[in-house]
Design a protein around this ligand. Structure first.
Ligand code: 5GP
Length: 216
């Protein structure tokens, strides 16, 4: 009988303009589907924002600790973003994918493209706001960014927009619940991509072959 092999998780990267609401979307996605998704927690050299805890939003590291993680090859990828380093710890991602969970990385464009180059099965989603005014409103609404940091993030957004065509999907975050469901549907359908089901196709062909042997 044809049995589907143990399902491996899909590695999904959610990138987007700073202020597009990626963090809120990802939190809502994990809350709605806790058995499906796992969120990778990145390491960063940036200072914690008010309310952020070490090991929850990020693993907060000094530059020296971060450099050590790079030389120990503990990171899948890392990038410098608005003067700070950010990187994805390897071990957690690997073990969750092997256990069948879909792993979400909320990372910026340079890191996303590095991961896609190394792991082409990765699903890349880019999140934008419906317009720039909404983006600025959300950035200012955080209350944690200086005007200078906001300008840096806007300049970065301008550069990032050039890379959107390299993503698999562009998602507009207008209404949060709708956007979360849209992302969930995209990931669910991505599981049906034939290049992720090579083992299934191989087994199916083997069994067809066995059936045909009597005829040859
Ligand atoms: P923030 O400082 O606003 O928390 O994050 C700044 C940017 O860094 C965001 O675009 C976020 O997605 C990205 N980021 C967070 N973690 C990682 C990571 O591990 N690797 C990379 N390349 N980018 C990350």
């Amino acid at each position: 009988m044809l049995t589907q092999k143990k399902k491996k998780g899909v590695l999904t990267i959610i990138s987007g303009f700073s202020g597009a609401g990626k963090g809120t979307l990802v939190k809502a996605l994990l809350k709605k589907y806790p058995d499906v998704y796992s969120l990778s927690i990145s390491a960063t050299t940036r200072e914690p924002r008010a309310g952020e805890q070490d090991g929850k939003e990020y693993f907060f590291k000094t530059k020296e600790q971060f450099t050590q993680m790079i030389s120990n090859r503990e990171l899948i990828e890392y990038a410098c973003y608005v003067d700070n380093y950010y990187g994805t710890p390897k071990e957690f991602v690997k073990s969750k994918l092997d256990s069948g969970k879909d792993v979400i990385l909320e990372i910026e464009v340079q890191g996303a493209l590095k991961v896609k180059a190394e792991y082409p099965d990765t699903l890349l989603l880019f999140v934008a706001t419906p317009d720039v005014d909404t983006l600025l409103e959300r950035l200012r609404g955080r209350g944690s960014e200086t005007e200078e940091s906001i300008q840096k993030r806007v300049r970065t957004a301008y550069r990032e927009a050039n890379y959107i065509p390299e993503y698999d999907f562009l998602v507009i975050n207008d209404e949060i619940d709708e956007c979360v469901e849209n992302i969930h549907q995209i990931i669910t359908r991505y599981h049906c991509k034939p290049h992720l089901l090579k083992e299934f196709i191989y087994d199916f062909k083997q069994q067809l072959n066995e059936q045909l042997k009597g005829e040859i």
